[in-house]
Design a protein around this ligand. Structure first.
Ligand code: N01
Length: 544
């Protein structure tokens, strides 16, 4: 599909991942609007289109990592793994695109370069890198929170003559590591997932670790069909429980401090949830691991002991033991045989906190301690998270104000969804919403349905724009900050705080109050006549 210039649309959606696919369905098929979706990839999938690195898999259990808006879709899809692997998630999203014919109005391999709000018409003027020029009344971004890859600017980076890849932009044909000497830089989610898989294929693997991590075994397995069949009998209730939860999972809430039990009982509870695997260690053990330093330290110590028991070489184990940040201050990591990988003869761990990388050379990586010759470098170095993908687009609101400037000291939003001065611009899972601190499809569905509800209201009332009030926005930003202050999140150099990007303002970006509390607040805003927003009518000069 090719969009011609000068089309006057109802809505433009940017991105065809989970957010864009559902937004398209909602606006086009439920509200009957004229919608175009622009997508940079050559097909649907978003995050799961780009992140094809070995071992890529979601940390949410598969039966909860999907849409819930159509009961038939929920019943018909059969997951094969306890945790869904990237190819399977991509198949699922393709199935969704096929089932609802969502490619029909999606233009692929097209990036939106600019979106300017025209105050004379109350419409957005949107431009793409393919020369498209369209206008729309509603502009919705579904550009993801972790879509702008970050490769550190190491001296000599471009002089490397071997192959180099970023995990978030992986070649579709895959990479053959057989017989190769491989370096992985970075030990976040992408690093710890890919390292064990690459180690099994490569001749030599050298891991460059700046920060040792707390990671919990996933206990991945094929899906237990009996469990899945049982879930399907009660899917709506299970999903509803997730909608009103903290993390977007249907797990039973524990209301128990790690300090309220003695050491023996505490260890037994940790051990049980460690054996269950995945996020249950966090959500199913104690309620204060992220809010009490002392409680967090009990989990940290439990994991440190697990590392020492697993890794045979005590010197390597000590390098892997996290000491620089509390448990729960960075994204909780879930792995499959991560620590066990360091028992392999072909794997070397290099601590780049004590001896940093000084340069990339034509043949490898030099640190303060020596030179490592490699054939392939894998950058598992993360993303310019939450705001990076917005900054790539020249978004301008009232008075030609650039969003980049509005956000120069950190993102300002109302409900993580809208920005004062940028009318009828809606950001699915924007900064200031639960997004990355939750099971994403739950957060995405809530945002898509809320935006759709706003647009329905505007149309029913003959209104042109909805815009966040500056005071409501300031109060929301303060609230998001206030919630984060007492948590462990404030005690690590994480991408949640923008700390991984040199020069980025240090501001805690996601809303950490939980998806249920957030949903309740959004519902209250609607019930109170769209409190904190100004809604303006269509003027005579502006066609509806
Ligand atoms: O990126 P990261 P990621 N020199 O930023 C290191 C989601 N996700 O792609 O910790 C040396 O977490 C950096 O070191 P340090 C998930 O939300 C989900 O792994 O900053 N090292 C770190 O080790 C996740 O949190 C899934 O000291 C440098 C690594 O690179 C998010 O995406 C799977 C460096 C970056 O880790 C991002 O994960 C994958 C430098 N200059 C991703 N700069 C699942 O659901 C960075 N590093 C499973």
């Amino acid at each position: 599909m090719m969009v011609t210039t000068d089309r006057e649309l109802d809505a433009v959606v940017i991105g065809a991942g989970f957010s864009g696919l559902y937004m398209n369905y909602r606006l086009r098929d439920v509200l009957g609007l004229d919608v175009v979706v622009f997508e940079g990839g050559s097909d649907v999938g978003g995050t799961w289109y780009w992140n094809r690195y070995p071992g890529a898999r979601c940390d949410s259990e598969s039966y909860m990592y999907c849409f819930s808006f159509d009961p038939e879709l929920m019943q018909e899809w059969e997951w094969s793994g306890k945790y869904p692997e990237q190819p399977e998630i991509l198949r699922y999203l393709n199935h969704v695109a096929d089932r609802y014919d969502l490619r029909r109005n999606t233009q692929f391999e097209t990036r939106v370069t600019a979106a300017h709000f025209d105050e004379t018409t109350d419409r957005w003027r949107v431009e793409t890198d393919r020369g498209d020029r369209v206008s729309c009344r509603y502009l919705i971004t579904g550009i993801g929170c972790l879509s702008t890859g970050q490769i550190p600017d190491f001296p000599g980076r471009d002089s490397f003559t071997g192959e180099a890849y970023h995990t978030g932009s992986w070649p579709h044909e895959g990479v053959d590591f057989t017989g190769k000497r491989v370096a992985v830089i970075g030990t976040g989610s992408s690093g710890i997932q890919s390292i064990p898989v690459i180690a099994r294929q490569a001749e030599q693997l050298v891991v460059f670790q700046r920060t040792a991590q707390y990671t919990i075994p996933a206990r991945h397995a094929t899906v237990n069909k009996a469990v899945l069949d049982k879930v399907k009998l009660d899917y709506e209730a299970i999903y509803d429980k997730a909608r009103w939860s903290v993390g977007g999972f249907p797990y039973d809430v524990v209301d128990r401090s790690a300090l309220s039990v003695d050491e023996q009982e505490r260890d037994a509870i940790f051990e049980q949830t460690w054996q269950e695997g995945g996020f249950r260690f966090v959500f199913g053990s104690f309620s204060d691991l992220r809010t009490s330093r002392q409680a967090s330290e009990t989990a940290a110590e439990f994991i440190r002991n697990k590392i020492r028991q697993t890794v045979k070489d005590p010197a390597v184990a000590e390098k892997l033991v996290p000491t620089t940040h509390p448990f729960g201050s960075k994204r909780t990591l879930i792995d499959t045989e991560y620590f066990e990988t360091y028992n392999r003869d072909n794997v070397t761990l290099v601590d780049i906190r004590s001896a940093p990388i000084t340069e990339i050379t034509p043949t490898g990586i030099r640190t303060a301690d020596g030179h490592y010759e490699v054939d392939i470098i894998v950058y598992a170095t993360g993303f310019d998270a939450m705001t990076g993908s917005f900054n790539r687009i020249d978004i301008r609101g009232r008075g030609g104000e650039a969003l980049r400037d509005t956000w120069s000291a950190g993102p300002l939003t109302y409900l993580g969804l809208t920005v004062a001065g940028f009318p009828t611009l809606f950001m699915s899972t924007g900064p200031g919403s639960p997004s990355v601190l939750s099971n994403m499809p739950v957060a995405i569905e809530q945002h898509v349905e809320y935006v759709s509800r706003i647009i329905e209201h505007l149309r029913a009332e003959g209104l042109a724009t909805i815009e966040a009030d500056a005071e409501a926005q300031a109060a929301w930003v303060a609230h998001v900050n206030e919630l984060a202050q007492p948590t462990m999140f404030m005690h690590a150099d994480s991408w949640y705080l923008g700390a991984n990007i040199p020069g980025k303002p240090r501001v805690f970006m996601p809303y950490c109050g939980g998806v249920g509390t957030y949903r309740k607040r959004c519902d209250e805003v609607a019930a109170n006549g769209w409190e904190g927003f100004t809604l303006r009518p269509v003027t005579a000069a502006v066609p509806a």
